[in-house]
Design a protein around this ligand. Structure first.
Ligand code: ZN
Length: 156
């Protein structure tokens, strides 16, 4: 079962590369052109998912925002913690942030470290930036993330 998901993803990626080959669209997450974006969702949204990296509309918008409106990609020696990393963003951020990029997840064995977001195992100020995966994190944890972060910032 552990090999099934990556194999399915690789097969889908190959098929999508053939079907969506072209230059009508450009994904700011993986920086790959495609004829169009693939439909996705329930109900299905046309032009929703990048056929190369799986980035959805919100991922592409976030990638553009980070690139245009923040210094995350230009700040030297940035240390970033990415909790519950989205597969499409992980390689994107790892390539841009470099050695200071660390992924953490409670359940995903592919993350750099296994960690519960409510018990961050690093001292305060270890990281310059944090990134919480949109589809995991607080939704799956059922945790009071805001309360936890407020607790940490108050020095308690
Ligand atoms: Zn993409």
């Amino acid at each position: 079962m552990a090999l099934f998901k990556p194999l399915l993803r690789a097969t889908r990626s190959f098929v999508y590369r053939v079907i969506y080959r072209g230059t009508g669209r450009w994904c700011p997450v993986c920086e790959q052109p495609s004829r169009r974006f693939a439909p996705f969702g329930n109900p299905r949204r046309a032009q929703a998912m990048c056929p190369h990296c799986g980035a959805l509309e919100r991922h592409r918008l976030l990638a553009l925002f980070v690139e245009k409106k923040t210094n995350l990609y230009t700040q030297p020696d940035l240390r970033m913690l990415h909790v519950a990393p989205e597969p499409c963003f992980e390689s994107h951020l790892r390539a841009r942030v470099g050695a200071g990029y660390l992924t953490a997840d409670l359940e995903d064995s592919h993350a750099d470290v296994r960690m519960d977001i409510t018990h961050i195992e690093y001292p305060d100020a270890t990281f310059d930036a944090g990134w919480l995966g949109a589809h995991h994190g607080a939704d799956h944890r059922g945790a009071d993330v805001r309360g936890s972060e407020r607790h940490r910032s108050e020095g308690a």
